[in-house]
Design a protein around this ligand. Structure first.
Ligand SMILES: [Zn+2]
Length: 713
């Protein structure tokens, strides 16, 4: 999972509401893959992804853990292990027209749509569902989204009330009030506001301000001069123009407005920190009081907070002071009328996929096709299902785990985590590059890591959220307001350590440095990540590495800056910190050298934390496997593969994925995770046991001389 700046706005053809807490979530978490960020962008604290269940063999195909047909043995393991391990599968699984990539995560999602559909259709058809029950809410939310007759008939009128509010703005004070009101409803013009743990006092929740206000996924799209960025900017202006035309604006005005919006957002982009800058927790921690904030940023904060109903704010973290300084200047120097069109654009963009099909299609044409190369929209039921699952995340989660999560999966997982923890402990004890004082602190931090598996002990209470069959858009607004209120009510209070940052139906896992905890939702506990019945080698190679990955986030280049209590505090001696940095540099260099699409490179610095976690994950999982195998016969082969071979093959198959070029280009720019082939090829060639398992020779293409290999944990 990832942290500050990991915003990954991918599939934008869901109703994207309430991005409010998104950045604040990114601030807090490191995810295993960016996969569920697609939906997390939509879902505040509650993200979701569609999944089925571990042992539900009714729909899951029974398959050998390592299926020989998934390999391509015509490729030499030492030349391209990713292809060797996955070539057969990649050939057999072309990307469906409605997706930008297709791999293990997506394949699992396809299976799991069926389970969630049965939950939602079941809820919608249940005439006995009590008014106000989660079943009624899930059923009605889903029904409202599927009611295309009503949605087509309403057209732009679905958001007329919001547009009228913008039209009524006369003064800068009105404008500011309106911006604050949109923030409470999950539309996030200008910047982001929400709550989050205090980085240096992790028991407390404080107010958090974070840069934002852009409708393209990253500030670099506005500022980069490369051909692809220019092309996207051109298409973006055309897209805004078309959306305004659909709203009834004449072409000339629409085009002029679109131009102005690009200019305005470019100013905000220029004031924004880059993704790499956002990865530094120290420079993004600037706690102050209201007077301090006003000094940093000449904005009418009294008016803003009063509109949110917040009184006596004592502590505020200003994530990016430079941005907030500039934002205030841009706010006061831009005419109110230009802001009004900017606001209309942001409302329209966020609402587009819940509006009539003309808006929905045009939105997809840009955010799906231009940005990610996706050819067709997902069928409506899948999109509405995604939206229901993210807006009513833990409500859906409750029904999901009741029906599909087997208790024995949790038991096996806790056992695995225990073994991984022990293996990492022994490795830290033996580290030659780290002194005793730092080791003591590292071991204490490891010991204190909290573990959550499956689903929360305490569910979110949705009783104050009203959902009806009447309006899809209103349901989404209601859910956004519900989450925003819940979020800011935490300010000034002690943190609730029972909360989860992902829903049970999410195929993912995360480490949260402020909580010093690792979390594994129910949905990732299934094949090809977790095999309830298979041998240890495949389980340690897959879910074992996921566990090791999340644990290592506590000790990656960012995680290592937080102590066992989740506070941003340096607990390293100078010498150990220097040794660590030198070791991370070797990793960054390896990934920098990894090429994609002939001429593009992985960004070794942007992806450093994730690559360190992958490297720790594979090393620790391998060590834990050796423990699990003690006293067992380790000579027998299964399907012709040794135990070590199965371990590495199992790891590689987690990452099998076909991806569209445009999507890959987008992720290289935005994603803190390396592309999947690099997660295999740039990684494994640092692992000595891998060389032995597949008899890799110096003449092989990916061979790395021993002295140049990276190892940290
Ligand atoms: Zn991660």
């Amino acid at each position: 999972m990832y942290k500050k700046g990991a915003v990954n706005q991918n599939i934008l053809y869901f109703c994207r509401k309430f991005t409010v807490s998104l950045n604040l979530i990114n601030k807090l978490m490191k995810i295993f893959t960016n996969k569920s960020f697609y939906t997390s962008v939509i879902g505040v604290l509650i993200f979701s992804f569609m999944v089925s269940c571990v042992n539900n063999k009714n729909t899951m195909k029974e398959e050998a853990a390592i299926n020989i047909a998934n390999l391509d043995t015509t490729v030499k393991a030492g030349d391209d292990f990713y292809k060797y391990a996955n070539g057969g599968w990649l050939k057999a699984h072309p990307i469906p027209g409605d997706q930008s990539a297709f791999g293990s995560f997506e394949a699992l999602a396809e299976e799991n749509y069926k389970q969630l559909l049965s939950i939602m259709e079941g809820a919608a058809a249940d005439k006995d569902a009590k008014a106000g029950s989660i079943k009624q809410k899930i059923g009605d939310f889903f029904t409202s989204g599927m009611d295309t007759l009503k949605i087509e008939k309403a057209g732009i009128n679905a958001i007329k009330a919001e547009l009228d509010k913008i039209d009524a703005i006369k003064t800068p004070q009105d404008l500011l009030k309106s911006i604050a009101e949109f923030h409470t409803a999950g539309v996030n013009p200008l910047f982001n506001f929400g709550s989050g743990q205090d980085d240096k006092n992790s028991n407390n929740v404080i107010a958090q301000l974070y840069q934002g206000g852009l409708a393209l996924p990253d500030r670099d799209y506005y500022t980069s001069e490369d051909a692809r960025s220019k092309e996207i900017r051109g298409e973006y202006v055309k897209h805004i123009t078309k959306m305004f035309e659909l709203m009834g604006m004449n072409t000339t005005t629409a085009a002029q407005n679109a131009d102005n919006i690009l200019k305005l957002e470019t100013k905000l982009a220029e004031a924004s920190s880059t993704r790499k800058e956002l990865r530094d927790p120290v420079s993004n921690y600037n706690k102050t009081d209201l007077a301090g904030l006003k000094k940093m940023s000449a904005f009418d904060w009294d008016n803003y907070f009063a509109t949110l109903g917040l009184k006596n704010l004592k502590e505020i973290n200003v994530g990016q002071p430079k941005f907030f300084g500039e934002m205030a200047k841009i706010f006061s120097s831009t005419p109110v009328d230009q802001w009004k069109t900017y606001l209309k654009w942001h409302v329209l963009k966020d609402a587009a996929s819940c509006l009539s099909s003309n808006f929905d299609k045009e939105h997809f044409a840009f955010y799906g096709t231009v940005l990610s190369g996706v050819k067709e929209m997902k069928p409506r039921w899948k999109r509405v299902l995604n939206n229901t699952s993210s807006n009513l995340g833990e409500a859906v989660g409750q029904l999901y785990v009741e029906k599909y999560f087997p208790p024995e999966a949790k038991k096996r997982m806790i056992e695995l985590i225990g073994n991984l923890k022990l293996a990492l402990k022994e490795r830290i004890e033996k580290l030659s590059w780290m002194g005793e004082a730092t080791k003591k602190q590292a071991l204490e931090k490891l010991e204190k890591i909290n573990v959550k598996v499956g689903y929360p002990d305490k569910w979110i209470d949705y009783s104050s959220l009203t959902i009806t069959k009447d309006s899809y858009f209103e349901n989404i607004m209601a859910a956004s307001r519900f989450y925003f209120k819940r979020d800011i009510e935490k300010i000034g209070k002690p943190v609730d350590r029972t909360e989860w940052g992902m829903t049970p139906q999410t195929v993912n896992a995360y480490y949260n440095p402020n909580m010093n905890e690792i979390v594994f939702p129910a949905a990732i506990l299934q094949e090809p990540f977790f095999f309830l019945k298979a041998d240890d080698a495949v389980n340690y190679g897959a879910i074992g590495v996921v566990i090791g990955h999340e644990m290592t986030h506590g000790f990656d280049d960012q995680g290592c800056q937080y102590d066992k209590e989740g506070n941003l505090r340096n607990w390293w001696t100078k010498e150990d910190a220097a040794n660590f940095e030198a070791k991370t540099k070797v990793i960054a260099d390896h990934y920098n050298a990894h090429k994609e699409l002939d001429s593009l490179h992985v960004d070794g610095k942007l992806t450093l934390g994730e690559n360190i976690a992958d490297m720790g994950g594979i090393t620790v999982a391998y060590a834990a496997l050796q423990k699990a195998l003690q006293g067992k016969d380790t000579t027998a082969k299964i399907d012709g593969f040794t135990i070590d071979q199965r371990f590495f093959l199992s790891y590689a198959q987690v990452w099998r994925q076909n991806i569209r070029d445009k999507e890959l280009m987008r992720r290289l720019k935005e994603d803190v995770h390396s592309p999947h082939d690099a997660r295999v090829n740039a990684l494994l060639f640092n692992v000595p046991q891998f060389y032995k398992a597949f008899n890799i020779q110096p003449t092989d293409k990916l061979y790395i001389p021993e002295k140049d290999r990276a190892v940290i944990w």
